[in-house]
Structures are given as C-alpha cells and as structure tokens.
Ligand binder design. Structure first.
Ligand SMILES: [Zn+2]
Length: 90
C-alpha cells in the first residue's frame, strides 16, 4: 500500500528521526496540488518528497547472486527526492 510519512527529527539532532504516518491530504496541503496516489511521499522539514525507486545489478556479485541481494542478483534502492516545482512536471 502506498503511504505518506512525516519525518520527525529528534530535538537538536539531525541524525535521529522517526517516520510517523501522515496522509495524502496533509502532503497535498503543503505541496499545493494533487498528488499521485501510486507514489509514496514523505514530509521532511516541511517539504514534500516523493519516493524514487530503482533496481540495479548487485554490486557485490554483479548479477550472479549472493547473500547480500538475496541471491536475485538485483539490489533495490530508494531515496526521497524533493518534489519538483509544478512547471517542471509534464
Ligand atoms: Zn548480490
């Protein structure tokens, strides 16, 4: 299921944080527009970020399979990317 989380940093601490459940409505209020329900979002420091997911060949075994990638030869990656201003979206 797709979700929205809000990242809450521990006071005075940029390293420790917790992701607490939020809503698409809350993220839309910040972004000022409708958001894609097929995408995960995170509210980080008052800005909406969308999940960027990709798969790549495992760097440990180059696709042959090892314990690090669960013997699939593929590693899954994910980062939070700040939403682009509306004018850059197609
Ligand atoms: Zn591997």
């Amino acid at each position: 299921m797709r979700t929205v989380v809000e990242r809450q940093f521990a006071k005075g601490d940029r390293i420790g944080w917790t992701d607490v459940p939020s809503t698409y409505e809350a993220a839309e209020a910040i972004a000022g527009r409708k958001l894609d329900r097929r995408v995960n979002y995170a509210i980080i420091e008052g800005e909406v970020h969308s999940a960027c997911n990709w798969s790549s060949t495992c760097s440990g075994c180059e696709g042959h399979g090892c314990s690090e990638c669960g013997h699939h030869g593929v590693s899954r990656n994910s980062v939070w990317v700040p939403l682009l201003p509306k004018e850059y979206e197609s």
